[in-house]
Design a protein around this ligand. Sequence first.
Ligand code: AMP
Ligand code: MG
Length: 687
Amino acid sequence: MALFRPAILVISDTAASDPSTDKAIPTLREVFSVEGAGKWTEPLTAIVSDDVIEIQRAIRSWTDVEDESSNGGIVNLVITTGGTGFARRDFTPEAISPLLHRHAPGIVHGMLSASFEVTPFAMMSRPVAGVRNKSIIITLPGSPKGAKENLLAILKLLPHACSQAAGEDSRTAHLGGVKKLEKDAGVGSGTEKHNHDHSHHHDHGHTSGHGHKVPKAHTTPSERPQLQSNDPRLGASQRYRSSPYPMLSVSDAVSVILQTTPSPTVEVRDLSPDLVGYVVAEDIHAKEAVPAYRASLVDGYAVIVADKTSTSKSVKGTFPVASVSHAQASSLPPPLQPGQIARITTGAPLPDNATAVVMVEDTIISSLSEDGKEEKTVEILTDELAPSENIREPGSDIAIGELMLPKGTQITPLGGEIGVLAASGTQKVSVYEKPRVGVMSTGDEVTDISHSGPLHGGMIRDSNRPSLLTLLRGWNLCAEVVDLAVARDTPHHELETKLRDAFRLHDLDIVITTGGVSMGELDLLKPTVERALGGEVHFGRVSMKPGKPTTFASVPIKDSSSGERERRLIFGLPGNPASALVTANLFLLPCIQKFVGLPNPQGLERVKVKIQGRVRCDKARIEYHRVSVALDPSDGRLVARSTGMQRSSRVGSLASANALLVLPQREGFIEEGGECEALMMGVVHGY
Ligand code: AMP
Ligand code: MG
């Protein structure tokens, strides 16, 4: 087994001016050789004064090594002693903290609790510990006795920590479980359970079929130092450099969303065209019959026809016109006298005793009234009129009590549902509430589209907000779609304030943000949700292209009327415009569908299409390729054509796209004519 290499840095103005006064190096050297279980080489040593630059220079000479194999290998552990107190020249923690890529508060805790066993003066020590590159750095107190006690408290665990920091795969290291680690280290915990999440996800870049290079990291997450915090105030040096959020599949992400989305609530609304998009919350039965009276289906003359068994005269012949029945509300026409007929218009009520209507086409006028304006007598040319012909009997369109819209039916913008409810006397409708949704952009560079001058510097036009507002309004699934403008990245709390206002003042159920979810320094959404709003990030990454950083979170908000805490939802969509629209279609739609009570909230409609031209698949992620789907009249099949370059910043890939091709995660192409699944965002295009 290779030995670990320690280094001891004495930080003391006195020792720096006269090294012979130093007692720390011999004490600590002995600890390594006697108590180190043979795991350590002879320590490297150095002495510096209490000076930030000197301290940092000495440490970096050990930790920032270009060639790890030179000079006896990398330094695995840097121990400092001195400068951790409250004296005017105690700078050690301040010098070392900025050097730490990852903090190790557990080690600090271990040392302090050991010291507290000895003396309450442990409070006077300000140790730090952590990892820089592949080395662990730990600050010990300046007194040789205290330094020794502190080192002894943690020494047994250091070989394991050093080997991990040096790059050992943690999966291999933990193969035997924590018990084995404890045994190897010669320590015991007494606890049985230990939660360790070591899932690592690897993304592989590639060249897409549509002429752009996809950004690719050249390191895997396990090769990168894991910074310890998502606190935006800590600055770039201490923030995550790769996402600590587990990567979900698209279908798992949708399941999480549906589980988190609240169940629909019922409200009663007036019947009106404003009901479009609502889902009815109970079976709706007809209150009234349609028609309510016997009505004519045609323009013509109401007659009395004898039924077949009767011996009375046929209807053919010339008859006096007794009355006129228009479709009007005020009265019903008088009954016919034998031998009379009555003029009637479509939809008008029949005289009580009329039994059929002869169409005007089957008649001619025989004589006119005195003023020449009305017919006096009419000749009926046909004898083939059956009883009930051209009559709509009461309730023959809709019978009273008939089920018109079963629970779960959505009122579409096509008019049929509103029509049937209106016709049958429904005035109040039980529906599920629609959510109130807001759309907010984030980013200092994001400029409102009303900005009239030319763009300068890094400004970009805020295309996400208008395009998402349009998408949401088009769905007809929101009670209100609120434009929440832009939250700037600086000051940091602007996003927090705007989110609070969105939920409290605007009383929104769902807020959609774009931007601020990737790994940049100013990607504030996740920390704002977790730290400032006390919310929960349900997922922060999805294995898909585009849209990988898609984030879904919920925050507890006190409801203004009931005073109860409710979960309100946040969709943190990626900033790139194509990603934002694609992910809104994939993730937001099923959420809102559940919210409004659709019984099967599955998002976009799935169809099978054949492919025009060949399309490259991505071997690492499922890809949603924007296409135009039309009906091919030659074979009656749907055919999908790419909208061109698919880079996630190119919102143009969605202009004129009506579908997302679901390219399976695999190597190679789907060839011309090959079949693939597509998700329809709009109606099928003309060919
Ligand atoms: P971010 O995740 O905030 O780093 O954003 C990713 C990319 O999307 C950056 O290039 C942003 O400039 C861009 N972006 C962010 N918000 C918008 C927006 N509202 N409209 C258009 N592009 C945006
Ligand atoms: Mg941003």
